[in-house]
Design a protein around this ligand. Structure first.
Ligand code: SF4
Length: 228
């Protein structure tokens, strides 16, 4: 475990210092300059976001990218925005988080058995990273998964994360994304699909809280150690 934690720490330092994507380096700072009135005066993180959670995680949750005024502001994925409200509430209800809200990095949120990361670790304009930016960032997912040796399930939020995870595992042909889809990857882990808890999906009812929690229950079932 100590070696894994050291490797995770190394990856975290590399991610936070990363400047591989010039467009995103510029945008993560520009978003901070364009803070809406409700966040005026707040100091934005405005850097890449490393993954976070339990080094003994069996479940790896992969989002798309930090929100400009969510994670890019607070310095932690799914923290301080509507998607985070949905995700962390579902993770709390299914036993993966110690509290139902994710507000800021010092809020005491702890994950048990789970790790949260994004396919692209800098906020992109209009939440749309390019495929080159995704490819630049994928080695960080690989580095985290190499260190998180107990991970047996990768839960992807939305088609972008699904496709990024397929690329990371060199899956070919790539299975189609759909909500609650699952397949076994070449690395032996199970990949699960779930609609992203974006406002676009939650406000329209495309994704409901029971649907989101059901995917976490499925992950819990799949990650349970074999009896005996
Ligand atoms: S998106 Fe990833 S690869 Fe690109 S600058 Fe941010 S951390 Fe680096």
């Amino acid at each position: 475990m100590a070696g894994s934690e050291a490797a995770l720490g190394r990856t975290e330092r590399q991610v936070v210092a990363c400047v591989r994507c010039p467009r995103l380096v510029a945008w993560r700072r520009e978003a901070a300059r364009q803070a809406p009135a409700r966040f005026a005066g707040e100091e934005y993180w405005a850097r890449p976001l490393p993954g976070f959670g339990d080094p003994a995680a069996r479940l790896y949750v992969l989002g798309l990218a930090p929100a400009a005024h969510g994670g890019n502001r607070t310095g932690r994925s799914f923290t301080g925005d509507a998607s985070g409200d949905w995700l962390i509430r579902a993770m709390h209800r299914t036993g993966y988080a110690n509290r139902p809200v994710s507000l800021h990095r010092g809020d005491g949120l702890r994950l048990t058995g789970a790790w949260i990361a994004s396919a692209v670790r800098c906020a992109p304009p209009e939440n749309r990273p390019t495929s080159a930016e995704r490819d630049n960032c994928l080695p960080y997912m690989t580095a985290e998964l190499d260190a998180l040796k107990d991970v047996t399930v990768i839960l992807t939020l939305g088609a972008f994360a699904w496709n990024a995870a397929c690329l990371q595992a060199a899956v070919s042909p790539r299975p189609a994304f759909r909500h609650a889809a699952e397949f076994r990857r070449p690395d032996g882990r199970v990949q699960l699909g779930c609609y992203h808890p974006s406002r676009q999906n939650t406000a329209t009812g495309r994704l409901t809280e029971p649907m989101l929690e059901a995917v976490f229950h499925r992950a819990r079932h799949l990650t349970a150690p074999p009896p005996g």
